[in-house]
Write a protein that binds this ligand. Structure first.
Ligand code: CAA
Length: 382
């Protein structure tokens, strides 16, 4: 297993860090307060290849692997987790769904502009009544005149309003349960397909989250991804990769919160010396550093296995579960180390905590990750 980044990967990490610190850091507070999704940043992200990290160059991508991808998401999240979340949802959910399960014509039509950042992607699995129980989808797609009429809605969708291309699943045969669910691609402006309520969130406030509605939305059969009935399984496979990016996002948040705490503890003096010199504070730093390293290693293991073409259901769930809970713990320590100032918006600690909480919920709650891990370990023979 690779424990350290190679020279090229290190270079990518540093160039994304530089970009995040110069182009994103000055706006973090303002975007968070205004709940502004900075769509104006997308061309700059695209210039660095960040809108198509994991896709081959022939489809407009940067041709990198999951180790590079996790490193990029970590570096963006270290500065602004909301932007990391947007890049993750665009790459590993929407674009990857079309790349993995679309036919050649669909890949040419959709992956290329998405990977080049000319279009922004959204992905719809969750519904009001189908969150953890992803197969409980109530959105329906009914065959009509060689195409499909879609009715229903999807919730908690990143880029529901600004997105141009949206992959969503619908029930095409309810009697077949999770084997009666099919995935389709929708385009902004299609009749009967529209964004709805934007969420007012605790954290990740610069990432746009809203619902989408399907009201007698007629789509051609050419919009179907893969075969009828394969949508649920496709979504589970997409989440295997997506959860690596949420793990990386969590590592980045933890790293950012930890660095903020170290900076503060070295300059904040109490009882005549910097608080970093007190053992009570040092013990927190030791725990934070150890847990962040462990979370990063679990994330890199899942990324390396994914790059090797192996199934990562268990490993990505483990990485996401552990890293997201580490991010919350580290961000909480960071607030505590900042004391009263940590509770104010004058310091970044409180925002890291608000943003970290999403990582224990999005792309499957911690409870669901434990179910996924348990299913896999019980299947393994000894
Ligand atoms: N790879 C391959 N096969 C898989 C698989 C995977 N990762 N996961 C499941 N399967 C297969 C199973 O082996 C099973 O196959 P058989 O029927 O042949 O036995 C089949 O799929 C059904 O699997 P389960 O029995 O495990 O299905 P389940 O209904 O019990 O649900 C679940 C499993 C893990 C709870 C799943 O529903 C789940 O992951 N829920 C959480 C969903 C989630 O993460 N939602 C967040 C989405 S993010 C979003 O929508 C918004 C956004 O913009 C980011």
């Amino acid at each position: 297993m690779q424990y350290e980044l190679n020279e090229d990967q290190q270079q990518i990490k540093m160039s994304v860090r530089e970009f995040a610190e110069s182009e994103i850091a000055p706006h973090v507070h303002e975007w968070d307060e205004a709940q502004h999704f900075p769509v104006e940043l997308v061309p700059k992200l695209a210039e660095l290849g960040l809108m198509g990290v994991i896709f081959p160059e022939e489809y407009g991508g940067a041709g990198m692997g999951y180790i590079e991808y996790a490193t990029i998401i970590e570096e963006i999240a270290r500065v602004d987790p909301s932007i990391g979340l947007s890049v993750a949802a665009h790459n590993s959910l929407c674009t990857n769904h079309i790349f993995m399960f679309g036919n050649e014509a669909q890949k040419k039509k959709y992956v290329m502009p998405l990977a080049q950042g000319q279009k922004l992607g959204a992905w719809g699995l969750t519904e009001a009544g189908a969150g953890s129980d992803a197969s409980g989808t109530r959105t329906t797609a009914v065959r009509r005149n060689g195409g499909w009429t879609v009715n229903g809605s999807k919730n908690f969708i990143t880029h529901a309003i600004t997105g141009d291309t949206c992959v969503a699943v619908a029930s095409t045969d309810r009697s077949k349960g999770n084997k009666g669910i099919t995935a389709f691609v929708f385009e902004k402006g299609m009749e009967g397909f529209s964004p709805a309520k934007k969420e007012n969130k605790l954290g990740m406030r610069a990432s746009e989250t809203a619902s989408v509605m399907f009201e007698d939305c007629y789509i051609d059969d050419a919009q179907r991804l893969g075969n009828e009935g394969e949508g649920f399984l496709q979504a589970m496979q997409i989440l295997d990769g997506g959860r690596i990016s949420i793990a990386a996002l969590s590592v980045g948040i933890a790293q950012g919160a930890y660095e903020a705490a170290i900076r503060y503890a070295k300059q904040r003096e109490q009882f005549g010396k910097p608080i970093a010199e007190f053992q009570a504070i040092q013990i927190k730093f030791a725990d934070m550093a150890t847990e962040i390293d462990a979370a990063r290693l679990l994330t890199l293991r899942a990324a390396q296995m994914k790059d090797a073409g192996k199934r990562v259901t268990k490993e990505s769930a483990m990485a996401k579960l552990f890293a997201s809970e580490v991010a919350v713990r580290v961000a909480e320590h960071s607030i505590q180390i900042h004391g009263g100032y940590g509770y104010t918006k004058d310091y970044p600690a409180e925002k890291y905590w608000r943003d970290a909480k999403l990582c224990t919920i999005g792309e499957g709650t911690s409870e669901i990750q434990r179910i996924v891990i348990a299913k896999q370990v019980l299947k393994e023979s000894f």
